[in-house]
Write a protein that binds this ligand. Structure first.
Ligand SMILES: [Mg+2]
Length: 272
């Protein structure tokens, strides 16, 4: 685990490190360079799938643990932490810690909610790769990766009231998280996953301070449990009003531009 300073950074992807429309992180390159130069662990924490996050880890040259599907699972590269910790299994060189509900269970519940309430709901599992591309603006390759879901089902409502559908989902003991889309998931959230990783870093480095950056309500549980919580602006320049608490810092910039500024300010005022 390379870690020169007592700093770790957790980040959301869509709308935060990645531009919501183009999925580019170019505006954050100066801060990313500073992170790399100073061996600061950058942990990607997204509602994206493991396959999608691996795609971005490669693009970013990132070899740190990551959190997929809204805290559904943590993937920790083998040998990354010196201390041992409980995990479910080894998969493709990762220790996997699973917090989410299996995708098949979520799909079945979504179908039941739809039938019982007379709603019409479309999950990624109901869509072709082409429909996902159209909905999200992802390339074909990335849309394919986004359909490899294990713990979280993004969905859109075609018929029915959002609040009624959310209530019906909760009655089944499941949850809904809000990002660009609604997401059906189990008892997991980003905060629970970040808490586990923060604990592992602190075993190695008890004085470690955690920063987290996000843009949407599904980031709130993650932001609330870190030392430096940062909210970036949405594409229209506003902040998501549903994400609010006292210590929250607001980055001056949309998505990766705000990310760049907030990270540089934090690193400059800390050690590097
Ligand atoms: Mg986001």
């Amino acid at each position: 685990m390379p870690m020169r300073y007592n700093i770790i950074i957790f980040t959301d992807l869509d709308g935060t490190l990645l531009d919501l429309r183009t999925y580019s992180f170019d505006a954050a390159l100066p801060a990313l360079r500073m992170i790399a130069d100073n061996d600061v662990p950058l942990i990607l924490c997204s509602s994206k799938t493991r396959a999608e996050i691996e795609h971005y880890r490669k693009k970013l040259g990132n070899e740190h643990p990551f959190i997929a599907e809204n805290g559904g699972a943590l993937f920790i590269p083998e040998g990354y932490f010196a201390a041992s910790f409980p995990y479910k299994e080894m998969r493709d060189g990762y220790h996997v810690i699973e917090l989410g509900t299996p995708y098949a269970t979520l799909r079945k519940a979504l179908k039941n909610v739809e039938a019982e309430g007379g709603f019409r709901i479309k999950g990624f599992g109901d869509m072709t790769t082409e429909s996902v591309m159209e909905l999200t603006g992802l390339s074909r390759q990335e849309a394919e990766l986004s359909r490899q879901r294990e713990y979280d089902e993004p969905f859109v409502i075609e018929k029915g009231e959002e609040q009624e559908i959310i209530a019906a989902i909760r009655k089944k003991g499941l949850q809904v998280a809000q990002a660009r889309y609604l997401h059906l998931l189990g008892a997991n959230d980003k905060g629970k996953a970040v808490t586990i990783l923060k604990g592992l870093y602190r075993t190695a480095r008890p004085d470690a301070r955690a920063m987290a950056l996000g843009d949407s309500p599904n980031d709130l549980p993650m932001l609330q449990i870190v030392d430096v919580p940062v909210l970036v602006r949405k594409p229209d320049g506003s902040y998501d009003q549903r994400v609010f608490f006292d210590r929250l810092q607001k980055a001056d910039g949309i998505g990766p531009e705000g990310w760049n500024r907030a990270v540089i300010d934090f690193l400059t005022s800390s050690h590097p």
